[in-house]
Design a binder for this molecule. Structure first.
Ligand SMILES: *Cc1c(COP(=O)(O)O)cnc(C)c1O
Length: 397
């Protein structure tokens, strides 16, 4: 059984704060502070350019990719770190489309995160080959898979509602139709067990600043199934994905396997923070995470429904069909969330009316859930949210 008292002690959590937004930005792991300081002074400051070899900076994207791979059911050597998730979505989709020449349809759902859909549209325009992006309701995805499908591009856990797709079943359906899959694991990696190899996923991407606690702007990851690793065309053919970057050849030759999905110079300091953040997962059993996360979410839903009748559940009630977050709707959701944050209960708001609460057993327990609901009830009962400053929208909601 995972010792969640041990994992909790590995995070810096400010006094007086109940942090229910690890689904958007994970908190600071204590080890990351020391690790980044060491990278600055002992590596960059002392080794200078030599650090690329002597401190292992150049091999970091693969080494850390292997650590992430263990959390998402991917074999060693199938994941590499770099860039942002938006970039990795573009790269994975471009590679998948190139493996299905002649087919023109990309299928996604209306619960997908806007950037994934924007990147697909931008790619379609750039390719100019007549691809179309078909966006259907999440429940209609399976029925929309047809013989014209090139790529099924989905985010496993809906960022707004937490609804969870059945990755294995939808991947099997897509394959039966002759299509490939691109799975976005932004709200899955570190939130629930993922079995990319078992599900037969072709490509997967994800970020590391949410449930993996890598810090704001932490680098993204990309997974390519072993079957495609040596045939996938990387699309963003940067020098770090070249077979021999330091040969400085005039012609591009893709690197071996997942190496080709690297683009440019790795973000060494950000990767150092992420590497330290991943230490938290040593000794953590993802089945324990899942069981406890469902219990925390169920507890939250039960207490909110018993005490806050103004709120309407926007997440699936069945814990096995949710990720690790719970969302409720309220017409004044933004102001309600600002009032909550002002009282130390930090969640976030997603337009038009969704209050989002993330629960991760790494540092949240039943006591925090109860305390958070008590504050929420107080905010709603006394209409504490109805203050002009709580209605003023900030840049980030
Ligand atoms: C958080 C999130 C992103 C963010 O992309 P960035 O390039 O890291 O800003 C993209 N897609 C999904 C599904 C997300 O949840």
């Amino acid at each position: 059984m995972t010792d969640f008292n041990r994992t909790r002690a590995q995070f810096r959590l400010p006094d007086g704060v109940i942090y229910l937004d690890g689904n958007s930005l994970g908190p600071l792991p204590v080890a990351a502070e020391q690790r980044v300081a060491r990278t600055l002074t002992e590596e960059w400051g002392t080794q200078l350019i030599r650090g690329w070899n002597s401190a292992g900076w150049m091999t970091q994207p693969r080494a850390i990719g292997d650590r992430v791979a263990r959390l998402i059911g991917a074999p060693p050597g199938s994941v590499v770190m770099g860039d942002t998730l938006s970039i990795k979505v573009y790269q994975a989709l471009a590679a998948a489309l190139a493996l299905r020449p002649g087919r023109k349809v990309i299928l996604s759902d209306s619960g997908n995160f806007p950037t994934d859909l924007y990147m697909a549209e931008g790619l379609i325009a750039t390719l100019g080959q007549g691809h179309v992006l078909r966006v259907v309701e999440p429940e209609a995805v399976e029925a929309a898979i047809g013989d014209d499908l090139a790529v099924l591009m989905l985010t496993e856990v809906d960022y707004r509602t937490g609804r969870l797709h059945d990755m294995a079943a939808l991947t099997a359906r897509a394959h039966a139709a002759g299509a490939l899959t691109v799975w976005d694991l932004a709200h899955s990696a570190g939130a629930l067990p993922v079995d990319l190899l078992g599900a037969g996923a072709d490509f997967a991407v994800g970020c590391t600043y949410k449930y993996l606690n890598g810090g704001p702007g932490a680098p993204a990851f990309i997974y390519v199934a072993p079957d495609h690793a040596d045939t996938a065309r990387p699309a963003l053919s940067g020098w770090m994905g070249h077979e021999a970057p330091f040969a400085f050849d005039r012609s591009y030759r893709p690197g071996e396997g997942i190496e080709r999905m690297r683009v440019g110079t790795p973000p060494v300091i950000a990767l150092a923070a992420l590497d330290a953040a991943l230490d938290v997962w040593d000794g953590v059993d993802m089945a324990d995470i899942r069981r406890t996360s469902i219990a925390l979410c169920d507890l939250f839903i039960g207490l909110v429904e018993a005490t806050c009748p103004e709120l309407e559940l926007a997440s699936p009630r069945d814990g096995t069909r949710r990720g690790s977050q719970v969302s409720f709707r309220h017409p004044q959701g933004y102001a309600v969330m600002q009032a909550l944050i002002d009282r130390g209960v930090i969640g976030d708001f997603r337009a038009p009316d969704v209050l989002r609460f993330g629960f991760t057993p790494l540092y949240i327990g039943a006591d925090e859930v109860r305390a958070a609901v008590a504050v929420l009830q107080q905010v709603l009962d006394a209409r504490l949210w109805d203050r002009p400053d709580y209605h003023r929208k900030a840049i980030v909601t």
